[in-house]
Design a protein around this ligand. Structure first.
Ligand SMILES: [Fe+2]
Length: 298
């Protein structure tokens, strides 16, 4: 039965940032952030599906979590669920996710509305990159079953993120907003609304991002992502390589007052761009700007 509020009992957190090693000093400065968003997959080593003691802690990263856990909420943003694959869920990965949910007491867990694991006969593999789903009814049914299963195991809240899609499938049965609205309504999962992914898609596929937002049910939004990108040839890439473009700030101003169950705004960037994007000064500027939007509505 879908939840009325996909965020469940999670508190309204405010403004956070994806944790990276380069940003460690900023992330630990008093009052800088209301929460950390972590990609748990970066904090452990995965020795492979059929190995004994498959997952192992990475000590340097665990130290950061041990510092943060008594001070700030930590939300989990996974990259390894492959929720859109047609093969069975990776039970070892799910067990690890659940064990870390208990260990770090996340207010919510998220992953991406995409797939990477591919199974063909006896062959199992990973595409190594998040691939977009075709928005068809049979795919929706399949994902709803997988999401419901995960929600039952984890107890929620569970969010899925709208992806950057660099290709368009022909003849899809549903629009992206119809697909996401139905997925959230049928399962009770929440939407992690990535406004930079939306901006990226609107540039590359030439549609109006505000019209997309008019069609999405903002009741399902629990977390919002903002980030920066760059043109690579003719493609605008979700590269997380700098501050947010003005178009993304405009979308954030539109969404926050209209999303009644929103719990947080997360600034994302890729660690490898840290120096080039301006280091701590850039982080401070982006977080301050996000906080102003948050405070106007909270
Ligand atoms: Fe994102």
């Amino acid at each position: 039965m879908p939840l009325c509020d996909p965020g469940g009992r999670a508190p309204r957190l405010g403004v956070g940032m994806i944790y990276t090693i380069s940003a460690d000093r900023f992330a630990r400065s008093p009052g800088a952030l209301d929460y950390w968003a972590i990609t748990p997959d970066m904090f452990w080593v995965d020795r492979g599906v059929d190995t004994e003691s498959r997952f192992g802690d990475l000590p340097h990263w665990i130290e950061a979590l041990e510092w943060a856990a008594p001070r700030l909420p930590i939300v989990a943003h996974h990259i390894g669920l492959s929720i859109g694959s047609s093969c069975p869920l990776d039970q070892g990965y799910v067990s690890q996710l659940l064990s870390w949910q208990g260990r770090w007491n996340y207010p919510w867990i998220s992953d991406h509305l995409s797939f990477a694991q591919i199974e063909h006969g006896a062959h199992k593999g990973s595409a190594g990159i998040a691939l977009p789903l075709p928005y068809d009814r049979s795919v929706l049914d399949m994902i709803c079953a997988r999401v419901s299963n995960l929600l039952e195991l984890s107890g929620g809240p569970l969010l899925l993120e709208n992806p950057a899609r660099y290709i368009a499938y022909p003849d899809e049965e549903l629009t992206e907003t119809e697909f996401i609205n139905a997925l959230c309504a049928r399962t009770g999962c929440g939407l992690l609304l990535d406004l930079h992914n939306l901006h990226c898609n609107s540039v590359n596929h030439m549609f109006d991002a505000l019209q997309w937002l008019e069609a999405i049910d903002l009741d399902h939004v629990v977390e919002v992502h903002v980030a920066g990108g760059a043109m690579i040839g003719d493609i605008y890439a979700d590269s997380h390589s700098g501050g947010c473009p003005n178009e993304v700030w405009d979308l954030l101003e539109h969404v926050v007052p209209r999303a009644p169950h929103i719990r947080g705004i997360t600034f994302e960037f890729h660690d490898s761009y840290f120096d080039r994007m301006g280091g701590d000064a850039c982080l401070e500027r982006e977080i301050t700007r996000a906080r102003k939007v948050w405070q106007r509505c909270n």
